[in-house]
Design a protein around this ligand. Structure first.
Ligand SMILES: [Mg+2]
Ligand SMILES: [Zn+2]
Length: 239
């Protein structure tokens, strides 16, 4: 069985949110320039498979390097343009980029905001869901940090931890904690974005609804400037 995304509608439309650093591209501390950008092997092909299935791919990335004065919003957008180019070489594309430029300890005053968009908060996901006609209950967030997993929980989406980037360290921590408390490890952990997409497509194939009207997916923006950061709707159940 294949996925017919035309039958996903309105509030039931799935999406895949992707963390950026350590998930799509190799982790580099405070990546602010295109020449530092290297895609993780298989990541572009994984994004292409989501594209082919008609599932929106939305990047949600904390970029506190902006607040810390290491690089600017324009630099981040240049990185994303270059990422678009690298992805396009594999027939892959990102539908929307959301980034959080804020930090509670910002050096650059205008980014000194205790915002709703910085993961583990869910503001980027809820804003994208509203704008892109996405159901968070049918959405996934793939990332390499605990803040990604927590943002998924806070948004009511499903989190998947990848072992790329910081993921292996996080997995080891989670295992130690589970052992210490005797609790079962319930985190969904896979090797990389490619394996995450395998799992997501399998699950969506099995759970897609039947016989409902096709949706309209807004493809009206490519790069989302986060001016609305502080005004994102506050979600319930925040960690
Ligand atoms: Mg990351
Ligand atoms: Zn923010």
């Amino acid at each position: 069985m294949s996925i017919d995304t035309k039958i996903w509608t309105g509030p039931g439309r799935p999406a895949v949110f992707l963390d950026r650093d350590g998930t799509i591209n190799e982790e580099v501390k405070y990546l602010g320039s295109p020449h530092q950008l290297r895609l993780i092997p298989g990541a572009a092909q994984a994004v292409a498979r989501l594209n082919q299935a008609g599932i929106p791919v939305i990047v949600v990335t904390n970029q506190s390097g902006i607040a810390r004065g290491y690089y600017s919003e324009d630099d981040v957008e240049a990185v994303h343009s270059y990422m678009d180019k690298l992805l396009a070489d594999h027939g892959a594309s990102v539908d929307a980029y959301y980034y959080c430029p804020h930090h509670p300890g910002a050096i650059v005053k205008k980014y000194l905001v205790d915002c709703e968009c910085r993961k583990p908060r869910s503001g980027m996901l809820s804003a994208a869901a509203a704008q892109e006609n996405v159901s968070l209950a049918h959405a996934y967030l793939v990332g390499d940090k605990r803040s990604d997993l927590k943002a998924a929980v806070n948004a009511g989406a499903r989190g998947i931890l990848v072992r790329t980037g910081y993921g292996k360290e996080v997995e080891a921590e989670l295992l130690r904690e589970a052992e210490a408390t005797g609790a079962a490890l319930v985190t969904n952990i896979v090797d990389d974005l490619s394996a995450a997409v395998d799992q997501i497509l399998d699950t969506l194939e099995q759970t897609q609804p039947q016989g409902v009207k096709p949706p309209k997916f807004a493809a009206s923006f490519r790069h989302h400037r986060p001016e609305i950061g502080p005004h994102y709707p506050r979600s319930s159940g925040e960690v």
